[in-house]
Write a protein that binds this ligand. Structure first.
Ligand code: KG4
Ligand code: ZN
Length: 336
């Protein structure tokens, strides 16, 4: 009995990625072509350029994923693709390629929610991991607490009212003159600073509130920098980075632990690009241990956008018969 081979495609933002999975959890290849250097000079992702780059990259990336997996297109049993949320033009490239391949090979097509993909990265990183658990999804576009009841049932506990955590990292980095994407830059700079130097606001903190808000924090950092500039004071950027990061992490950890308790569970899973933040990982490890909660997070490559996580999610959807037809379309604001 041969294992099911899934070809997965991801193109929702600024990474063109293709992966081949054997069954649900074995990665045969996970090729990621990043456009970060292209967008860096604009300080953020330019949607039109992203779409064009995806068009140029998609077939070479798929070919390379097949080559590394040592399989040919005709060995593939099903195709999974991100159809939202994300940039519409970027998503359409992956969706169109996936539909064309599924049609020409006459194999099933699976439409995957990008956010669910981020959560499922943890099933690849941890073969023993099983639902139920609470997932904290923190990326450039999302900050959500999700109760994952089983492989196909998700309940949204709470999310951000305004900016996503990653967006706050990117915007704060930008005003400090750090290159895009700002998350890894702040992470690095914060290691050299004093996190207690500046008391930035921790919005919506307190008991029983599972919503997040980061736009006030972003403004507070901007005001701090602006005031210092007007007074002619020299700003210690490392202190600003460390204090900002501390404010973000404190609310994320507090709400995540509360959510685990409220759901009556003892397992927390971290997902999304911001999961790559070293201080967040370290402090969540300590806080979950103190609270007697099991803690899982993916390794760096599986944290940020990649097709392997999409393939994992697609596999579990296929077990449920959750297939798409050739009318599948990109849905930029797709919800969980
Ligand atoms: O999941 P992802 O690759 O794309 C989205 O789906 O949004 O996440 C990208 C986000 C960016 O905002 C980036 O700055 C942030 O993840 N990020 C980090 C770190 N690495 C990436 N934020 C904080 N610390 C990091 N080490
Ligand atoms: Zn993502």
């Amino acid at each position: 009995d041969k294992a099911c081979l899934t070809l997965a495609i991801e193109s929702s933002c600024d990474e063109t990625s293709a992966a081949v999975l054997s069954g649900g959890r074995i990665i045969l290849s996970n090729v990621i072509s990043t456009q970060i250097p292209v967008h860096q000079k604009f300080g953020g992702v330019v949607p039109e350029i992203a779409s064009r780059k995806h068009i140029a990259n998609i077939m070479p990336v798929i070919d390379e994923a097949l080559r590394q997996a040592q399989v040919s297109l005709t060995d593939i049993n099903q195709i999974g693709v991100t159809y939202g949320p994300g940039l519409v033009g970027a998503l359409l490239v992956g969706v169109s390629a996936a539909k064309a391949l599924a049609f020409s090979l006459d194999i099933p097509l699976i439409g995957v929610n990008h956010l669910e993909g981020h959560i499922f990265a943890n099933f690849l990183a941890h073969p023993e991991l099983k639902p139920p658990f609470v997932a904290l999804v923190v990326s450039g576009g999302h900050t959500s607490l999700v109760h994952v009841k089983d492989y196909n049932t998700f309940y949204l506990i709470g999310q951000t009212r305004d900016d996503a955590a990653g967006e706050a990292f990117d915007k704060v980095a930008r005003v400090m003159g750090l290159p895009y994407p700002g998350g890894p830059q702040i992470d690095k700079l914060a290691k050299l600073g004093n996190a207690d130097a500046i008391a930035f606001p921790q919005a919506l903190s307190g008991k029983g509130n599972f919503e997040f808000s980061f736009s006030g924090l972003k403004s507070a950092v901007l005001n701090y920098l602006h005031n210092a500039e007007q007074k002619g004071e020299i700003v210690n950027k490392a202190d600003v980075a460390a204090s900002f990061q501390k404010a973000v992490i404190a609310v994320l950890i507090d709400k995540a632990l509360q959510a685990v308790e409220k759901a009556g569970l003892t397992k927390l899973v971290l997902a999304g690009g911001v999961a790559a933040n070293s201080a967040l990982e370290k402090q969540l490890k300590a806080s979950t241990e103190a609270a007697g909660v099991e803690f899982y997070y993916p390794n760096m490559i599986l944290c940020t956008d990649n097709a392997a996580m999409i393939g994992c999610r697609a596999y579990y959807q296929s077990l449920m018969g959750d297939f798409a037809n050739l009318y599948l379309n990109a849905i930029p604001n797709l919800k969980l």
